[in-house]
Design a protein around this ligand. Sequence first.
Ligand code: NAD
Length: 340
Amino acid sequence: MAQRVTLIPGDGIGPELAEATRRVLDASGVPFEWEVVDAGEAMIAEYGTPLPDHVLDSIRRNKIAIKGPITTPVGAGFRSVNVALRQTLNLYANLRPARSLKGVASRYDDVDLVIVRENTEDLYAGIEHMVGKDAAESIKIITRAASERIARFAFEYAVANRRRKVTAVHKANIMKLSDGLFLESCRTVAEDYARRIEFEDRIVDNMCMQLVQKPDQYDVLVLPNLYGDIVSDLCAGLVGGLGVAPGANIGEDGAVFEAVHGSAPKYAGKNRANPTALMLSGVLMLRHLGHPEVAERVETAIREVIAEGLATTPDLGGTGTTSGFADAVIARIGSAVSIG
Ligand code: NAD
């Protein structure tokens, strides 16, 4: 039976990357049935909201979605559709692996990090108000329940994927209550894994320096929402940039797969954005759906096309196109693959 998946193309470079990714996933041998639904600013005129109910209903029904990036107005305008999706569907864990790719020029050859970012609270709770005309307040929410849940996700991920260490990242020296609670929650959960997975913590500013200088010393990182967002872009930079950084938002009742990057409007419609990040998000989806061998095959095809360097996009120094990269990956996967 075909696997039904909600596909949200997004805006900016989203639709062309979503199309390239859908073609690659269709070539993987797993039969997919795509339910295409749109979200973002263009929906407001018709539905009065950038995130119509039928989009949420589709993901709730299928329990699995893959989405292109969606633009969020800066400073004013509607709240981020991406954040709203994660919060409404309680997709509490944001998984963002950063792994070096052969053929991609970067400072290190052997980076293999996994960011586990809390996805539902912290400053992303969006509780902001003006205090008079000339001051603004944004409230940072950290709860024990959400912190322990994300820490447990990180340790369970480490066990399941044979990783050796979890590092909790925080600023508990300054935010003693909020980040202090996050750290305390991570320590509590770490005790349950004491003999299996090493645990340590780092203050976020020091963590950034350490990652730039010696990324090989780190393995799985668990962070509150905002630090997780920032540090995952840093880690993307370590392995070749946002064009190659995949992600997954995972909850109890569903998962939404998306690249770390945004809608890069200046490249929209130019057939030059790199589809690797969304394709690798598709690889995470294949693993999540229980097709590890197919996932491995698709990932290998992507890695080989990049290593060969003939079809890579300009962000990786190539002259290839979004659609041409997809064609090259599909040719490598082969047309007659069996389902693993
Ligand atoms: P961005 O990630 O869209 O782009 C930053 C830069 O990275 C681009 O200018 C481009 O040089 C490069 N880049 C990103 N993706 C690339 C790709 N696939 N191929 C080649 N180069 C790529 O970040 P931004 O400019 O800060 O944000 C643009 C919009 O995207 C904003 O509205 C923001 O809110 C939104 N956004 C959405 C998501 C999401 O949908 N999950 C995530 C981040 C940002």
